[in-house]
Design a protein around this ligand. Sequence first.
Ligand code: GLC
Length: 745
Amino acid sequence: MNPKQLIKLLSLSTVILFAACAQTGSEIETRIDALLAQMTLEEKIGQMNQLSYDVSAGADLAQQIRIGRVGSLLNIVDPEALNELQRVAVEESRLGIPLVVGRDVIHGFRTIFPIPIGQAATFNPELIEQGAAIAAREARSAGVHWTFAPMLDISRDQRWGRLAEGFGEDPVLGAAMGSAMVRGYQGSSLADPGSIAACVKHFVAYGAAEGGRDYNSTNVPPHLMRNVYLVPFKAAIDAGAATLMTSFNENDGIPGTGNKALVRDMLRDEWGWDGMVVSDWASVTEMIAHGFAADPKEAAMKAANAGVDMEMVSGSYLEFLPELIKEGKISQEYIDNSVRNILRLKFRLGLFDNPYTDTSTPSPLYAPEHLEAARETATQSAVLLKNNGVLPLEGIRSLAVVGPMADAPHDQLGTWIFDGKKDRTITPLAALRDAYNGQINIIHESGVEYSRDRSTAGIASAVAAARRADVVVAFVGEESILSGEAHSLANPELQGAQKELIAQLAKTSKPLVIVVMAGRPLTVGDELAAADAMLYSFHPGTMGGPALVDLLFGAVSPSGRLPMTFAKEVGQIPIYYNHNNTGRPFQGTETMIDDIPREAGQTSLGNTSYYLDAGVESLFPFGYGLTYTTFEYSNLALSSEKIAMNGSLEVTATLTNTGKRQATEVVQLYIRDVAGSLTRPVKELKDFKRVTLAAGASTEVNFTLTTDQLAFYGLDMVRHAEPGEFRLWVGPDSAKGLETGFTLE
Ligand code: GLC
């Protein structure tokens, strides 16, 4: 037996020896130590190198894997092809270290769920966890071990295309949704055949891009960083997220991929996290374009010193880490720690014991229960913004179905769809025909072919269809390409001839229902005024059609609530509910532009913070949403008017369904810290509950508010609650509710 075979036998026996044992943390660390001790520097650095299969596939890839220069692949979803490359890694490389395979499974693998901003609108973490677990089962069956999700970037800017992939403007909602997705993806053990590793991204504050223009600079100061942008990340890390991805943006001059203070000092040392950090696509060498590195060698040095364990596709680690170590610019300890983090992920995923994808088991793709879960999520994610009584549709004999999104199987799926198949999408038109053919005369005229279509040639036919029908439902919105990465809009409004289509339909005086399928909150004020009802569906996925039809015909009442504020005017952006008060807050009595007297005196308008031509009011506030009944809040009560530090408060209120239909209310609890060592937001969501009530029923809703929920990073940059007066609301959204107060002592 030659030395190479002996080492192979030893390492294999080491792995087999431990393979029989359960994978406890300490045993994994022992296995890591044993393996690390055998690795050459080149093999260690090879583990830190990730290649994209769709870019690097070819005979050389197998050779690269064979000689230990590749630790991970992304964008390979053919289990047979993957098993062959995995065999090369496990059986033909010197130490047999398996590959870990990543993929953007952002809102479903084959069965596509609503885009994450839509999932946030459910205010239902349990449902989101279920959807992530389904996505994990489908993805793992195709050989994917690791998803680059959930995206936890807080966004307050409706122009930013990637808000579609996140959970909106609120840290508490983002934390609840992100943690739920991590639990869903990862299950009870990463080694389970239905689990995949989560990857919380993009670290950090990527959503604060100046001007809402993707990849643009961000300037989030330390207090705001900790009190808003890091909150969902800390929650998801505490929920056990296995990996994290650094961001493209630079914040205050430091790119996320080179930010040692945030990655190595805070994430590792302060938070004590032992997961694996991967860069974003080429974000290591993009630090050259940023002007943060002079060349790929310096970029590699800064990323590795910052704590980025694995480099996605840009190859500078492979090329320059050896000499950087020789030059003493990177410590061997840093390299070893990065390799530990990578090996730990692979051990936790069970890849040393089961490296291959079992292709003999029945495929879970598009399983009926998966489709049903996607339909339920799409149903709960839709938000009813207006209804003058036309919904739910009842007793109609003919229905005009118009608009570019009525039958758009590709665009309905939304952004970041690599593996969902449009031929499995059930569109609203298909669902209507399936459910009501023969009962209702369905007249379909798109009027505008696709969302950017500027041609008005088809509008006359759509208007004619409307004239022949009892009710018109216009499905408008955005093609999926208009949101997501690199797809920001200076004018987040209905594109093409859609506005003209709505205006012409309104002239028919027929009852007009508008259903918007989009990747972001659009400025739809004009269309809202023209409509008798508006239902907002953030790209609802594979089962969006049946879900929307159930809602339109009242099989279920809408229960979605807005995860982001809707602006009236693009000029109001950024606009969000949890803003600070300023020293001259809007009073509500200010004179608007049309009412200003001629030659008005310089200080005659009151000198408060508002737009003369747009005020400060949003089109719709965070948390807003209607349903097919009405709810009344009463009897708001606190267990005490005072809380001792480290104590808690019981909050109760009565909710009554004062309408005629069963429906679900999202009861929301907000507070305001009236005065602090820093200025505090005028409102902060602290908890929420979905409560379903039959017509006429009442129930008591209870929350427990702890002082930890009141804690924030104060002037001293220490996280703690501060004594003083607080206001508290329980209500249906961030603009309304029963109000009371308490004192923290
Ligand atoms: C992209 C995205 C990131 C994604 C990665 C891999 O550029 O920024 O979210 O996970 O590259 O596709």
